[in-house]
Design a protein around this ligand. Structure first.
Ligand code: IYR
Length: 222
């Protein structure tokens, strides 16, 4: 069966503008940093809604959009998440992570304490839907779930940055407790916990450098 097609909504920029736009956007994105020191200043729910609208424009396998974002500002729930996450991280830093892993984290300065889980005004938890549930309760197959959810996460982080807010891509490990605390169904697995808000005044970040282009791009031109 042929799908119903509609015209692409697309405005072609003049060619001279394309390079300029690409450069400008790179410069914007190159100022994005992962932040671990948040201000408690509130962010309206309507802002989070638009950030998730933007994230949910991500392409996905068979357009199944296999993600659920759960956004938490309730201090009671944030507290429960912090307690559960710190319990796991206590094990991680106290012997569960091998030395090689601990050494890899040294430049980030992370430890088992996660105060940002209560300080940031929003905790956005991204769940992957391993399969969907149809209107009749039957299972719906999802495709390329990890890739689709990864792209949606990237768009979410881009939207946060573009809005003038900051985020942390936090991966408490293991994070099974999030499905329980947030009462999500059996087809969903938490994959990222993203505190979102304003940076604390005077917030600092590690002095990390990004790989030079030569290390990440191979051009094969004629
Ligand atoms: N989950 C731990 C450890 C950790 C792991 C990676 I990979 C990081 O990039 C950062 C931290 C924690 O959150 O501290």
């Amino acid at each position: 069966m042929k799908p119903a097609l509609i015209p692409l909504r697309y405005e072609k920029p003049v060619e001279a503008d394309v390079a300029e736009r690409a450069r400008r956007f790179y410069e914007v994105m190159n100022r994005r940093r992962t932040v671990r020191e948040f201000s408690p200043e509130p962010v309206p729910a309507a802002v989070i809604e638009d950030l998730v609208r933007a994230a949910s424009t991500a392409p996905s396998g068979a357009h199944r959009q296999p993600w659920t974002f759960v956004a938490v500002s309730d201090p009671e729930i944030k507290r429960r998440i912090r307690i559960a996450a710190e319990r796991e991280e206590h094990e991680n830093y106290g012997g569960r992570m091998p030395d090689e892993w601990l050494r890899a984290l040294e430049p980030l300065g992370t430890d088992e304490h996660k105060p940002f889980l209560e300080i940031a005004p929003w905790l956005v938890v991204l769940f992957r839907q391993n399969y969907g549930v149809g209107p009749d309760g039957g299972q719906v197959r999802h495709y390329y779930v990890a890739e689709s959810v990864g792209i949606a996460a990237g768009l979410f982080l881009t939207a946060v940055h573009q809005a003038g807010l900051v985020a942390l891509t936090h991966t408490p490990s293991p994070m099974g407790f999030l499905r329980k605390i947030l009462e999500r169904p059996a087809n969903e697995t938490a994959c990222l916990l993203i505190p979102v808000g304003y940076p604390a005044s005077g917030a600092q970040v590690p002095d990390l450098r990004r790989k030079p282009l030569d290390d990440v791009l191979i051009l094969r031109e004629p």
